[in-house]
Design a protein around this ligand. Sequence first.
Ligand code: NAP
Length: 369
Amino acid sequence: MKGKRVVILGATGTIGRMSVDVLSKLDQFEVVGLAAGKDIKTLLEIKSKFPLAKTSITDVSSNDVDFHGQDAIENLLSSTNPDIVIVGVSGFAGLKYALMSSKYSKRLCLANKESIITGGKFFIDSVKANGCEIIPVDSEHNAIFRLLDSEKSEVSFIHITASGGAVRDIPTKNLKDVTPDVVLKHPVWKMGARITVDSSTMFNKGLEVMEAHFLFNLNPKQIRVLIHPQGKIHGMIYLKDKTVKVLMSNADMRIPIAYALCYPQSMDIFEEFDPCGTYSLFDPDPKKYPALGLAYRCLEMGDGSRIAYNAADEVAVQAFLEGKIKFTQIYEIVEKVVEKGWPNDLKDYDSIEQVDKEGRKTAMEMLSK
Ligand SMILES: NC(=O)c1ccc[n+]([C@@H]2O[C@H](COP(=O)([O-])OP(=O)(O)OC[C@H]3O[C@@H](n4cnc5c(N)ncnc54)[C@H](OP(=O)(O)O)[C@@H]3O)[C@@H](O)[C@H]2O)c1
């Protein structure tokens, strides 16, 4: 009997390659499609493990794949008829592709956080209207999803955890001098470059607060962040009787990927988790991580501010990685872009894309000053 049909978008990236690893261990799935941006070599290596899968590439042309160009992913989705799409594409492009995937499949295993942050309510409602469910892959949200799913009483608030990134133990006054080499050494997770830098500035956690707001329909005050250097506690839910439920596991993104694929089942394919050890949890220092406070302000300001926060951060992180700005200037640029003022209440893809473009343009202009 054939298994559930899976397409992986962003197959060549960190999430994509971990998904490939998980899917090679599970026989109840059939990988029918693999999509990448430009890395044809890695895409063809992955295809050799799943010979029946169709392939697509978006940013370059090639005769070695089934589809290429701007319509490649839509052609891949319409010709493979997947049950599940893993959305492991990075960046704003994830919004378009996640929306598209929700028309062709019944479940999104959603790693791309930008789609939720920029699309907000419009995104969540559109996916639902297409009859598709979202199972979050981001580890903290996957943990909260699992905890909420098994809870019958009302939840007071949630905590998502943060590592504090590679700069956690560097004094705030020295942050302006940290280099990309230092920032790219994440203490817990192995991830793509942008999300690793975003972990050190806590823009990533700011984005995750926004993500949790829309995914779980919680007000911003119900979403709290704690630093947890050991990376073993991923999410906590607080109940009215002052008890707390916690989800712990090894820091391995393959665990949430497998759960999102197999939900409501969990699979016995991972290393044993050793709960022994010393654990710490503490509040982030708002002076060291101002990006977190700015994320909460964006949630008050509305749709355009969140989109600008994400867009400006992507531009500023790239400039930092290229050595054009200092680490602390990432925040300064994003704050200025957000404070420029942006339209609220965006109800369609084109207006969201317009703010994304404007946000990037404004950030680029600030960089050139
Ligand atoms: N890495 C993690 O542990 C982690 C954890 C939680 C959430 N996430 C989220 O998951 C997403 C992916 O992260 P990542 O770390 O896996 O990123 P990554 O390693 O940079 O991989 C990005 C993937 O997206 C593809 N891609 C980029 N732009 C594309 C486009 N316009 N069209 C088609 N494909 C495109 C890339 O293809 P090419 O390589 O071929 O260009 C690559 O396969 C991000 O939204 C991130 O925030 C990641």
